[in-house]
Write a protein that binds this ligand. Structure first.
Ligand code: NA7
Length: 535
């Protein structure tokens, strides 16, 4: 049966842009449906002050085109949001992709038609499109979650989630600002606005470990050198479990003296990006004692940076070791608390009771604000799928199949949902690594699969049930073996605004590392995709 498109892609963020470029190169009739008013996904939506990469910029750009690598100059080691959005638009301009992207097109429903072997995709607003394949590129962290405090609608000033920071300029000069949440977003916001606002009050529930980003500009000369070394840089990323330009120190932890370890940690603390996490001894992540030693070291660094010892103690995590949750990176975050206009309120001591017309009320005190910011996180990995009514074989809802925790084949396909492919899907390696590096691997693999299907003359692809069960089991076993598996965070599929406090762990990401993930995908394709039923 004829379809409107051979492939519909959902989402025009980093993954969707990469995917549509691939589909154009393959000569397939494809369209991207993007809910937002512009392309860019995360980098279109997150407009909060201080928003920037934690990945080295030159490892975040696409590597599929040498021309593109040569044409773009990353201006900072960790590029800020406006520049990142500019980059993604530059990519779309360069490869003439805009005409394949339909904006303001939020998908409400997609239904598999077994007889016709196609997906019918319905947009909010009612438009319907049919397609042989659907590729979801809906991102890891695109569904913001809000707390459920009483009175939130009563607040009379501007109040919003960090993801919905207004696109038009918001002048905070002299304003009294409250920020709730100290994850990666909150920490970037707080450090950036502390010296611009009149007064800043930070409401912290569980503190997070955080170390300096050590950002700096990239000069013309340095960029020239980076361009010459791209191959080498990407080769390091491919070897790194996290897909970053950092490799672990292979020496055994116990073979190195305390002084020497300290010397290394001092160096890594002052090095760019995730160095202290990823270029460290592997035991600091895997072994309890080594992790405690490193946590003590970082706590000491925090104490040295915060003038008031009582505030410093509140900023040091006690419920998890260093690196056991997604670590925010900071620039002057701890020093912000040394300013007279900045105050830290620990919600562990004095919880928020309600939001009021003019501020909020904790169990101890009432606060007045002009602006209230909720940096309260996301319904990670599966949230975007839950927002679409996805119906597979026999009208089975995906939401129902994934109740509790998702199950997938390689994080790319789902049994019972034929011809639906996922880039950066749950249980892929994308959520746990340098995002675009994993995306490009996945986009290429999906390209090979579609090519394979085309040349074999098949129009229906479905992951085998046993293969899906085996993959999900592997994902669960890998997570359970990780020291952080008992720590509640979005890494372990937990968000207190979505799940009950005693909810069972969820398995939303693959923790076997990027090299092993890539090897598995390559093996599956070299064996002719044998666990995927095709006809
Ligand atoms: P995160 O890292 O999930 O952080 C959310 C923060 O918001 C975290 O400090 C939470 O405290 C806090 N939070 C969440 N709900 C509440 C309520 N109800 N009351 C008070 N505080 C709350 O999200 P981010 O946006 O910062 O970062 C997301 C990712 O973006 C990051 O991991 C990078 O990949 C980039 P909690 O820890 O739950 O006590």
């Amino acid at each position: 049966m004829q379809t409107d498109y051979e492939v519909l892609v959902i989402g025009a963020g980093v993954a969707g842009i990469c995917q549509i470029k691939k589909l154009q190169d393959m000569g397939l009739k494809a369209l991207v449906l993007e809910a937002g008013g512009g392309l860019g996904g995360t980098w279109y939506n997150n407009r909060y002050p201080g928003c920037r990469f934690d990945s080295e910029s030159y490892t975040y750009g696409f590597k599929f085109s040498r021309d593109l690598l040569d044409a773009w100059h990353w201006k900072e080691l960790f590029s800020p949001q406006p520049e990142n959005l500019k980059y993604l638009n530059f990519v779309a301009d360069k490869f003439d992709l805009h005409k394949h992207i339909r904006l303001n097109a939020a998908v409400a429903k997609m239904v598999w038609d077994e007889a016709a072997r196609l997906w019918t995709v319905t947009l909010h607003g009612g438009d319907q499109l049919t397609s042989r394949f659907v590729i979801t590129c809906t991102g890891a962290l695109g569904v913001p979650t809000m707390p459920a405090y009483e009175g939130m609608d009563d607040f009379e000033g501007p109040s919003f989630h960090s993801y919905h920071w207004p696109h038009e300029p918001l002048d905070l000069t002299g304003k009294r600002v409250g920020v709730i949440g100290t994850g990666a977003s909150g920490i970037q916001i707080i450090a950036d606005i502390a010296d611009k606002v009149g007064a800043l009050t930070v409401f912290q529930r569980r503190p997070n470990w955080s170390v300096p980003l050590n950002n700096r500009p990239i000069t013309e000369a340095e960029m020239k050198d980076i361009r010459q070394r791209y191959e080498e840089i990407f080769a390091v990323c491919a070897k790194s479990n996290g897909g970053f330009d950092h490799l672990p120190d292979r020496r055994a932890y116990d073979s190195v003296s305390t002084d020497e370890r300290r010397k290394l940690w001092d160096q890594l603390y002052d090095a760019p990006g995730f160095a202290l996490l990823l270029a460290n001894f592997r035991e600091t992540f895997l072994e309890p004692q080594a992790n405690r030693d490193l946590s003590d070291y970082v706590a000491e660094r925090i104490r040295a940076r915060v003038n008031d010892p009582a505030v410093a103690e509140k900023l040091i995590p006690r419920d998890h070791g260093f690196g056991m949750r997604r670590m925010p990176m900071e620039t002057g975050y701890f020093e912000a608390y040394n300013q007279d206009n900045v105050r830290l309120v620990s919600l562990l001591d004095t919880p928020i009771e309600r939001v009021t017309k003019t501020g909020l009320q904790t169990s101890a005190e009432s606060f007045e604000f002009d602006v209230l910011v909720y940096a309260t996180g996301f319904d990670a990995m599966t949230g975007a799928f839950d927002q679409i009514d996805i119906r597979g074989v026999d009208a089975q809802p995906l939401k129902k199949k994934w109740q509790g925790s998702p199950t997938t084949y390689l994080g790319v396909m789902v049994h019972g949902f034929p011809n639906m492919l996922m880039v950066a899907g749950p249980q892929s390696v994308s959520g746990s690594t340098n995002y675009p590096r994993a995306i490009e691997v996945c986009v290429d693999w999906i390209g090979d699969l579609l090519e394979h299907a085309r040349s074999a003359g098949v129009s229906r692809l479905e992951a085998g049930e046993n293969a899906e069960a085996a993959w999900t089991q592997e994902v669960i076993a890998l997570q359970e073996a990780m020291p952080f598996s008992k720590v509640k965070s979005w890494f372990t599929g937990f968000n207190a605004n979505v799940q009950a406090a005693d909810a069972a762990p969820r398995y939303i990401a693959y923790w076997g590392g990027a090299p092993r993930y890539t090897k598995t995908l390559n093996q599956v394709s070299s064996e002719g995709f044998r666990d995927i039923n095709m006809d």
